[in-house]
Design a protein around this ligand. Structure first.
Ligand code: N2P
Length: 362
């Protein structure tokens, strides 16, 4: 039967350019965020071809979404950003009758995501994680000795300590909302504050450590950490684990660790959603449903080292991942996480202005 279907699909492709165009699904996802063979498997199962593009910033995705006619059928915004994008009318309501695999999802985690999207009407959780610190254990020990505060934001936010690590390289995510939240929390303010004065205090701290930061980038750090080209990154949980994995494979004696600092960290959810301008909404639903397959989700988590919200996948998730407190944090650590804040236009403008100043070091 499968053979027959794919023959029909092939014929359709050959005779009808319109049909052929409809058969291609345009997916826009974060970089380093899917197992190597997932897309191949999707095409084999559904006959739907995929063009797959990547980004490493919510701001970049948002600019495309708000401009309209993005050309994408499925995208993966973080829930906090998605909240205001939904308000702007950017995403369609999901047709849940086309998503039988919703039954696999963890009700508690979907409820957490529903804070940003009531009733999970527009999106399902793809992966979730934290924004913490990745570090090269040996490089840090060499520079700071046994007293290295590797369990704390001190490592990157205390200017005296950051100064000692500048030579081996510190990188920050180019993610203003996440860095400012961590900085505000560090100086004793509410990490979810939207007050201008608080954001400015966070920015002051980041400006103070700016001379010791080598770069701001949200994907380059994976290979740089793995190769020993930098030694500390404020980064996303799974990305740091991927760096650890790559370092192990390269076998250059680099050892990478990830920590959710004891002061706490941002917890975020990345969501699968369908832009209103999608020309292929049926295929988009098929894709989202496929991404909620228990085995497919487990394969993805086992490859990207991010936690998922798919309960049925858990028996297939590797023990090493399930048991890592940096990936699936235990309750006492969870209690210290804060959920990402949704910023309105006004606060967003304040942040953008502060962020430019921080990056240029002025
Ligand atoms: C994958 C990064 C996804 C996490 N490289 C950002 N929310």
């Amino acid at each position: 039967m499968k053979k027959l279907l794919s023959m029909t699909a092939l014929l359709a492709l050959a005779i009808s350019p319109v049909l052929a165009a409809e058969k291609v699904l345009h997916v826009y996802n974060w970089s380093d965020y899917i197992a190597e063979d997932t897309i191949e498997k999707f095409t084999a199962e559904t006959g739907i071809e995929v063009t797959y593009d990547v980004y490493d910033s919510n701001e970049v995705l948002e600019a495309k979404m708000l401009a309209g006619s993005s050309g994408y059928d499925v995208v993966t915004p973080s829930a906090d950003f998605m909240n205001r994008q939904i308000a702007a009318g950017v995403y369609v309501k999901l047709d849940k009758s086309k998503l039988p695999n919703l039954k696999n999802m963890d009700a508690g985690l979907m409820k957490q995501a529903a804070v940003f999207d009531p009733d999970n009407a527009h999106a399902v959780v793809y992966m979730w994680g934290t924004t913490g610190i990745g570090y090269n254990t040996k490089a840090i020990a060499e520079r700071l000795g046994d007293s290295a505060p590797t369990d704390s934001w001190d490592l990157v936010f205390d200017p005296a300590i950051a100064a000692k690590l500048a030579d081996c390289g510190i990188s920050f995510l180019d993610a203003p909302t996440e860095l400012l939240a961590a900085a505000m929390n560090y100086v004793g303010l509410d990490p979810r504050s939207t007050k201008k004065a608080d954001l400015e205090k966070g920015a002051e701290l980041l400006t103070a450590v700016r001379p010791h930061i080598r770069y701001f980038h949200s994907s380059q750090y994976i290979s740089d950490l793995a190769n020993g080209d930098i030694c500390v990154s404020v980064g996303w949980s799974g990305d740091i684990f991927q760096a650890r994995d790559r370092a192990g494979e390269a076998d250059k004696g680099v050892e990478v660790s990830y920590v959710i600092p004891k002061e706490g960290a941002t917890q975020w959810f990345d969501m699968l959603a369908i832009p209103v301008d999608s020309k292929n909404k049926d295929a988009a639903h098929a894709y989202i449903n496929f991404m909620m397959d228990a085995q497919i989700t487990a394969n993805n988590t086992n490859y990207v080292w991010y936690a998922n919200a798919n309960r049925a996948s858990m028996p297939m998730v590797e023990e090493e991942i399930k048991e890592d407190p940096g990936i699936f944090p235990p309750l006492d650590v969870q209690a210290k996480l804060w959920s990402a804040q949704v910023y309105n236009k006004r606060t967003d403008r304040v942040m953008t202005r502060l962020w430019t100043k921080i990056q240029t070091g002025k």
